[in-house]
Design a protein around this ligand. Structure first.
Ligand SMILES: *[C@@H]1O[C@H](CO)[C@@H](O)[C@H](O)[C@H]1NC(C)=O
Length: 657
């Protein structure tokens, strides 16, 4: 019913309404000519409206009805249908492994792939869209179709997902008034432009046009945010007006369910434990409609400094069984988690700021590196019984390699390399990273920012709670201490003459869930003071450590042998030798404190000795036969070797309760 409204916006030409006026004028001959013109015009309008090239194959395939809601069950083309879904995020898995993971999903007995779409990767710079390589969404969805999976698309624009700012681009925060996830004009204009580019990528992959997409999710867990009562209708209309024609759904956890629903979309629920009364609660929101658990949490994510969360396989399978037994549809979040490569992890900030780790193993059905778990085999057993027909054989396991110790042979300190690699921004006041006048006006999204100023003496340095999220403080090149959410003051020793005060600030990841999304600017977000006087006149160096930066670092600078006393912040370089056929491996950074690993110029992700994660997953697809360059950016205490092993270690286990 809402679709009709949407179509109005796409009308190709004025309709027949003005015809009577034309017929009434002129003589007979003129009428005939006019009639001809009108017939042509009408034909053009009809053809454009029907989009015949799409329509004919669709009708031939009998794809008219799509996924429907009929009382308490789903119908697909009039036949009862149950969604057995699993989540895999293409942006967390190397493209070369997409097929492997999807075939494993099929072999587990699932029939539907669900994926989020990360706006911050597809539009990293305002107006610059990327749907190529590992971001080739169309290729991913086509692959799902080939493997025999339907798709539920979850385009956001907000996706939560333990992903930086819930997938929203950080440049949105350049606007000091920004109100994310509302109908604030600065936000909706950006969403409109994004959807104008995203939807044409997927519209033709909808079921009714012959593709695998059977449903599309409207926003994500909005009931837990619910800052603007008009917002969900706005997002729904944004989808409809861009030719989204399949069934719409919303997805909320139990807290948000009542507030997150929008008319014209099926409400679904997210949980891990089947609490009594949950179905009655869901029914009260969506009445007698099919029950669907959009996110059945198969495991849980980890935060730096915490334990490695594990969810018992038997508990999980028993709950899945109960959900299916009561007639509900289900999506396993995650079927395969993958990795928060680079700086893309999110964070939580309720009482305490807690950044998410690099691994997104999630204790899911497949491991971070795509291996089978007991969850996989238990679920496969369950689904093969339910389906009553044999499942495709599980694809063979990909070998993991242990390439041994990689000796870090070369070194260059950040202080040495900085002046030749980065052009600083000069500013009287500290600027947060998103508002730095770099990247053609898009600011800095991720990584480190160095703030440098000159001080005439020592005293009490106060961060005024403006450090996001951690700052190492240096006097010239001497380390003084750390400022973060807890440590907000440092004593700077007195000394001779003018000295450089340097704050190397790390953005550890923006919050992806909760009410304070608008406060996720990073770097120094306001004044810092010495003896209560605000510091001024900064040189600000942006250190995003993108491939182009790593390229310059590799080529143009004098690396030296690693001195015995080497400390960070510095880059360390070594070589990983691969004899033939690169395989997956895991990098262990024993003896190192905190930093980032780069493999052949690409940012693999963060490590931190506080754990829980102790190894970084390095996909074989990032390696080549022969030499592979490993660069470690270490903030403080450097080790000498990086160990390549064939086993991951994600930390001491804690069972989630
Ligand atoms: C800050 O105060 C201390 C103690 O009074 C003093 O020694 C120091 O010189 C002051 N620093 C500056 C920059 O004025």
């Amino acid at each position: 019913m809402v679709a009709a409204e949407g179509e109005l916006g796409n009308g190709a030409a004025p309709g027949p309404a003005f015809l009577p006026a034309m017929w009434s004028c002129g003589g007979r001959r003129r009428r005939r000519v006019l009639a001809g013109v009108v017939v042509l015009l009408l034909a053009a309008v009809v053809l454009r409206r029907m989009n015949l090239t799409d329509l004919i194959p669709m009708r031939l395939r009998g794809r008219v009805l799509g996924l429907q809601v009929r009382d308490s069950q789903f119908l697909l083309e009039e036949k009862p249908f149950r969604i057995f879904g699993g989540s895999v995020h293409y942006f967390r898995v190397p493209r070369e492994y997409w097929k492997d993971r999807l075939m494993k999903m099929k072999a587990c007995g699932l029939n539907t792939l669900t994926t989020y779409v990360p706006w911050n990767l597809h539009e990293a710079a305002r107006g610059n869209f990327d749907f190529s390589g590992n971001l080739d969404l169309q290729a991913f969805l086509r692959m799902a179709e080939e493997v025999g999976l339907w798709v539920i698309l979850r385009p956001g624009p907000y996706i939560c997902s333990e992903w930086d700012l819930g997938g929203l681009p950080s440049w949105l925060l350049q606007d000091p008034e920004m109100q994310l996830r509302t109908t604030y004009k600065g936000f909706t204009e950006a969403v409109d432009n994004y959807f104008d580019h995203l939807m044409p990528e997927v519209v033709h992959l909808q079921y009714k046009y012959g593709g695998p997409i059977i449903a599309v999710q409207v926003e994500n867990e909005y009931g837990s945010y619910a800052e603007d009562p008009s917002y969900m209708t706005y997002i729904k209309m944004s989808l409809l007006s861009r030719k989204i024609v399949e069934l719409l759904m919303t997805s909320d956890n139990t807290d948000g369910l009542a507030a997150g629903n929008v008319e014209g979309a099926l409400a679904t629920i997210n949980f891990q434990k089947l609490e009594p009364g949950i179905w009655t609660y869901l029914s009260s929101v969506q009445h007698n409609m099919p029950k669907m658990v959009m996110e059945y949490w198969t495991g849980w994510f980890d935060s730096w400094g915490g334990p490695h969360n594990v969810f018992d396989a038997e508990d999980m399978v028993q709950t899945v069984k109960s959900i299916i037994k009561m007639g509900a549809s289900i999506n396993l979040y995650m079927f395969h988690g993958g990795t928060n490569f680079g700086f893309l992890n999110g964070a939580l900030h309720f009482n305490e700021y807690k950044p998410t780790i690099t691994s997104y193993d999630y204790d899911a059905v497949l491991t971070e590196s795509g291996d089978y778990t007991s969850k996989f085999f238990k679920l496969r057993h369950l689904f093969s019984k339910i389906l009553g027909s044999p499942l495709p054989p599980p694809p063979i396991i990909l070998n993991k390699a242990s390439y041994g110790a990689i000796l870090m042979q070369q070194y260059i300190s950040l202080w040495e390399v900085l002046p030749s690699l980065v052009e600083p921004t000069k500013s009287e006041f500290p600027l947060n990273m998103e508002n730095l006048p770099i990247n053609r006006g898009n600011g800095q999204a991720f990584g480190y920012t160095l703030y440098e100023t000159v001080i005439p003496g020592g005293g009490r340095l106060s961060s005024e709670d403006h450090v996001r999220d951690r700052a190492q403080v240096f006097l010239n090149t001497q380390y003084i201490g750390l400022l973060d959410y807890n440590a907000q003051e440092l004593l700077i020793p007195n000394g001779q003459g003018y000295r450089q005060l340097r704050l190397l600030v790390e953005n550890c990841g923006r919050v992806n869930y909760g009410r304070n999304l608008n406060n996720q600017r990073k770097g120094l977000i306001g004044d810092i003071s010495l003896n209560k006087t605000s510091l001024r006149n900064f040189k600000i160096y942006s250190l995003e450590m993108k491939p182009s930066f790593m390229e310059s670092l590799r080529g143009s600078t004098p690396w030296s042998a690693v001195p015995d006393s080497a400390v960070g912040p510095a880059f360390f370089r070594g070589t990983l030798q691969v004899q033939y056929m690169p395989q997956d491996t895991f990098l262990k950074l024993e003896g190192w404190e905190k930093g980032v690993v780069f493999v052949n110029g690409r940012n693999l992700g963060r490590y931190w000795k506080i754990g829980p994660q102790e190894t970084l997953y390095l996909p074989g697809t990032w390696l080549q036969e022969g030499h592979n360059e490993i660069i470690v950016f270490e903030e403080r205490a450097a080790g000498r070797i990086v160990q390549s092993t064939d086993l991951p270690f994600l930390g001491s286990i804690q069972y989630v309760s």
